[in-house]
Design a protein around this ligand. Structure first.
Ligand SMILES: [Zn+2]
Length: 112
């Protein structure tokens, strides 16, 4: 280890990165010897990382993107779009479905 790595650890700690996010990031960066150590200490974290890695958008089956991250068909954050907010209940749910589908398509397009 080095001072450089120590300072990076300080920066990550100051950003209040969640613990398991740090473990997942470590797994992504680990060499063969270290990945085995990490997998044996956090097998559930490894399983989740692997499942999400191979899933579009990192979504697990049945999981939805938070509405706060969705963009509507009017190219506005869904939660801030006055047009979508004015929809009746059923149409509002349809707008969420459309925005979710757009988000997934965007993620799929971004995969090389
Ligand atoms: Zn809208």
């Amino acid at each position: 280890m080095s001072l450089h790595e120590f300072i990076h650890s300080q920066v990550l700690a100051e950003r209040d990165v969640p613990f398991h996010a740090l473990i997942m990031a470590a797994m992504r960066k680990a060499d063969t010897g270290n990945i085995e150590k990490l997998r044996s200490c956090w097998p559930e974290t490894w399983d989740e990382l692997e499942k999400r890695y191979w899933s579009p958008g990192g979504l697990l089956p049945g999981e939805r993107v938070p509405v706060a991250l969705l963009v509507c068909e009017h190219d506005k954050p869904l939660a801030e779009c006055a047009t979508c907010a004015a929809y009746e209940d059923g149409a509002a749910e349809a707008a969420i479905e459309k925005a979710h589908a757009r988000w997934l398509e965007e993620v799929k397009r971004s995969i090389p």
